[in-house]
Design a protein around this ligand. Structure first.
Ligand code: NAD
Length: 544
């Protein structure tokens, strides 16, 4: 079955708020990696528990009144509650397990019994916008490395990475946007094909010699280029080391967090892997762990020989350490190394989706941003680049890193454009869960916090409650599933700008309170930038 998001102005639901959520659910599968199995990204990050659940959710979204709330437990609709018109239309919790049981073994057991699913960060709550969802984050990492190590310029620089999946597939385009030559290794050719078809990757080959010849040629002419090499990263990284080839930057964004369904072991073919996962999951996990450890040892050797290396948020160091790589954590995590100063001010991956399906709606919002955020270099640089490079996937959408007050300013302006009929239909606003007040993951988002509060997961829970009491249209609490079980807690929200004054109020409350909490979270941990933001933006902080 092929699911595509409805475009245009025809409503199937009782209002735009409901219709918007329905289109976002459909859009998740339109952009998904394995829609037949409801998988959106991240190996097993799903949009709904199973097909009966999906169809029931669709039916309910078509019927639900403005003063009702649909409850979803790990992708399965459970019931409808009578609430009020300012309450969220949908509330959900995905993948949560109580502390002592929060491990991947227990998760897989419950997953096999179809009692839970992994919602990823943006899959279970229908906020996925294709590979572009994390592209600015990766681009800003490359820019930060360029500033710090390469005099601000990655032209003629070589990036080695792995993973061409849902999120990891943004790496080749982010590399090209940063001016570099990027070799991205993925074991699955269909993934490379998908990235080429969607405009995120330029070339692919099975042949390492050919790939390296392309790399050399592009480096010598300082032309940006992205190459997908169809191979296993655990084989290729050590092979490059053996040949004395040391890239300037090395990372990996395979689904390394999940040794059963994510990271592919070196010595098992993709066709036999599917069967082996069922017949002998322990063997798959063990082989994947050993291959991954081999790759991480190579990354550490690259580092030793001068490459800039980083963990791009897939728990690869944690897995490697469990498989004997004692010094895996010498690889820095991208958040702490490059992006934390932005998160300290609650500047994070905000996004919006044109429910009309019209690219012109996104272009008009781009124009607004360029005109009205002209003194914000991150925004203007990104919006110009995104307009030029980032292809449309599914419902046209845009991501841009915006902070407290900025998100609201944009959303209210867009709501006004909808009201005036200048946009063809309403616009949905949301963000990645990987945001200032919304995520605890002590090996990704909250590693090495100043006050040592890395594992405290009160913040995302407070975040979801704040979103619910601030009139968001959808609110989600997620935890880690698969290999992430026990590692993370996060929260998400979605608000629809339908041009009404009620929407303006919802957007202002939900977005302002969301970023206020982000700033307060970092202020509480003692970050100067956050304390400065509290003062500058008049955020009401309780001082003890
Ligand atoms: P995905 O499952 O869609 O894609 C992963 C890709 O890795 C697949 O194409 C797979 O074939 C490939 N792969 C697996 N093992 C391999 C190996 N040994 N060698 C080469 N290729 C291999 O997952 P995704 O959505 O791309 O996410 C990837 C990882 O990134 C996940 O762990 C996810 O949690 C993480 N992630 C991080 C961020 C962030 O903010 N930094 C954001 C999103 C996702």
């Amino acid at each position: 079955m092929t699911i595509t998001a409805q475009r245009g102005n025809e409503l199937r639901a009782k209002g735009w708020r409901q219709e918007a959520l329905l289109r976002l659910l459909e859009n998740n599968l339109e952009n998904g990696e394995d829609p037949e199995n409801l998988v959106v990204y991240g190996s097993i990050g799903k949009a709904a528990r199973d097909w009966p659940s999906y169809h029931a959710i669709v039916d309910i979204l078509k019927q639900i009144e403005e003063d009702e709330t649909l409850i979803i437990q790990s992708g399965k609709p459970i019931g409808l509650l009578k609430t009020h018109k300012d309450a969220p239309l949908v509330i959900m919790a995905s993948s949560n397990l109580v502390g002592h049981w929060a491990n991947s073994e227990e998760f897989y057991k419950l997953y096999d019994q179809n009692l839970t699913m992994w919602g990823g960060l943006t899959a279970g709550d229908w906020q996925y916008i294709g590979s572009q969802g994390v592209i600015q984050g990766t681009y800003e990492i490359f820019q930060a490395i360029a500033r710090e190590h390469f005099e601000g310029d990655l032209a003629g620089r070589f990036i080695l990475t792995a993973g061409l999946g849902g999120m990891s597939g943004s790496q080749p385009l982010a590399g090209v946007m940063a001016g570099a030559v990027i070799l991205d290794v993925d074991v699955d050719e269909t993934k490379a094909d998908k990235r080429i078809a969607t405009g995120f990757l330029q070339r692919k080959t099975y042949d390492l010699e050919e790939a390296l010849a392309w790399v050399d040629e592009a480096l010598s002419t300082k032309k940006p280029l992205s190459i997908g090499l169809i191979a296993n990263a655990a084989t290729i990284y050590p092979e490059l080391l053996n040949r004395g080839i040391i890239p300037d930057i090395v990372s990996d964004q395979t689904a390394a967090h999940d040794l059963l369904y994510g990271y592919v072991p070196e010595d098992v073919g993709l066709s036999e892997l599917a069967a082996l996962r069922k017949t002998n999951p322990e063997e798959v996990i063990d082989k994947a762990g050993k291959s991954l450890a081999k790759e991480v040892r190579a990354i550490l050797d690259f580092k030793e020989q001068g490459a800039i290396v980083f963990d791009n948020g897939n728990n690869i160091r944690t897995q490697a350490k469990a498989y004997g790589v004692e010094n895996a954590f010498e690889i820095p995590i991208f958040t702490e190394a490059f992006l934390r100063p932005l998160f300290e001010r609650a500047i994070g991956p905000f996004r919006w989706i044109a429910l009309s399906g019209e690219v012109q709606d996104i272009e008009l919002i781009d124009e607004y941003l360029l005109k009205n955020f002209s003194d914000n270099e991150i925004v203007t640089n990104w919006i110009k680049l995104a307009g030029k490079y980032v292809p449309v996937q599914g419902l046209p959408a845009r991501i841009s890193w915006l902070g407290h007050g900025e998100r609201t300013k944009l959303a209210l302006a867009v709501n006004q454009l909808v009201a005036e009929g200048r946009l063809k239909a309403p616009v949905a606003f949301t963000r990645d869960h990987l945001d200032a007040g919304a995520m605890t993951h002590p090996n990704i988002m909250t590693e090495h916090l100043k006050d040592g509060s890395d594992a405290i997961s009160d913040w995302p829970l407070i975040n979801a409650m704040v979103a619910s009491s601030s009139k968001a249209d959808l609110v989600a609490i997620h935890a880690g599933g698969g290999g992430y079980a026990g590692y993370m807690q996060s929260a998400g929200l979605t608000i629809v700008a339908d041009g009404t004054s009620e929407a303006a109020e919802r957007l202002k409350l939900a977005l302002d309170n969301d970023t206020s909490l982000g700033v307060l979270r970092y202020a509480d941990a003692g970050y100067e930038n956050a304390l400065d933001e509290v003062k500058k933006k008049g955020i009401r902080r309780v001082e003890l």
